[in-house]
Design a protein around this ligand. Structure first.
Ligand code: NAD
Length: 298
């Protein structure tokens, strides 16, 4: 069974990315802005992304226009009432997400699937506050969603096999490649990737290399499309910081703890590309490493 409409809660980087990927494959997306305020900015972001896809030739102009028409933006959670699948993509905080899950269980049909796009939180912990727990699962997309093919489909403690099968099928419907993962903090990709980014920050703190040289080393020496600092800025430093905390809480190993520099950058609002500055200053063309990081962050 294909999904013709999905609900998405959260209109940040990932929520809009998932909406775009759905709309490009003919699926209607009802996107709920989960915090107060106008939806105008989110509308402008997703429209611009679709215009860019048309300019690049990924879509025709008509396809881009049709995809825009499939995306509805609202600040009303009730708008997802009739959706057979709702994907949560709000801030990476357990209590906030649990409160949302409880609210959604009171809105959607008993058999509607509620999936989380969490990067590292326990899907089972989200499931714990829900009724009909067999319909709770994880759908972990990657950034930028329209370009990244992988989705980790997370099987939590009480998720039913039927729900997993529907989600695997949904991924294929929107031209994504699913992998099935048992619920583990960080799943597969972030469990491996987060310590890698944290270790790069420790190398910077130790003076082993500069931001630019560490990135260059991993791009050219390990054939990564971008180095760990550009990647961290791309993901969002608040998201990386939250992932580090969640993985550390689970495994209690020092190598998974957030380094001082990361915590301080987040505290100061240097969140990476989405705020214009993180390890790099993205307002420069080409981006330059953040001048504030020429000296230790106290
Ligand atoms: N950025 C990535 O690379 C990436 C990749 C995969 C999954 N994720 C996960 O996707 C989710 C969203 O991440 P993002 O990168 O889109 O972040 P973002 O900062 O771009 O967007 C976060 C969204 O959460 C909303 N929000 C903030 N505080 C809230 C609150 N108190 N209550 C309800 N909503 C609130 C914001 O309005 C915004 O729409 C997170 O769980 C994150 O871990 C992120």
């Amino acid at each position: 069974m294909d999904f013709s409409q999905v609900g998405i809660i959260g209109s940040g980087t990932m929520g809009l990315g998932v909406a775009q990927a759905c709309a490009m494959r003919g699926v209607n997306a009802v996107v709920v802005k989960a915090t107060p305020g106008s939806t105008d900015k989110a509308r402008a972001v997703v429209d611009k992304a679709l215009d860019r896809a048309a300019e690049k030739g990924t879509l025709t102009g008509d396809e881009a226009a049709a995809a825009k028409g499939r995306i509805t933006l609202t600040d009303q959670h009730d708008a997802v009432k009739g959706c057979p699948l709702v994907i949560e993509s709000i801030v990476e905080d357990l209590e906030t997400k649990q409160a949302l899950f409880q609210k959604l269980c009171g809105i959607v049909a008993d058999d509607a699937i509620i999936a989380t796009n969490t990067s590292t939180l326990s899907v089972t912990a989200l499931m714990s506050v829900c009724s009909n727990r067999e319909r709770i699962a994880g759908l972990h997309f990657f950034n930028p969603v329209p370009m990244m093919n992988l989705v980790e489909v997370i099987h939590a403690f009480e998720t039913s096999d039927e729900v997993i099968a529907k989600l695997m099928n949904f991924c294929k419907q929107i031209a994504k490649e699913p992998v099935l993962v048992q619920d583990t903090t960080g799943f597969i990709v972030n469990r491996l990737l987060t310590p890698y980014i944290l270790n790069a920050i420790r190398l910077l703190e130790q003076g082993t290399g500069t931001i630019v040289d560490i990135d260059k080393a991993m791009s050219l020496g390990a054939a990564h499309p971008m180095g760990p600092f550009a990647l961290a800025d791309f993901i969002g430093l608040d998201v990386v910081n939250a992932m580090a905390h969640n993985i550390y809480d689970d495994v209690r190993q020092q190598y998974t703890a957030a380094p001082h520099t990361l915590t301080r950058l987040v505290l100061l609002g240097y969140l990476g590309r989405k705020t214009g500055k993180g390890f790099y200053d993205w307002s420069q063309k080409p981006p330059v490493s953040n001048p504030a990081l020429q000296r230790p962050v106290a």
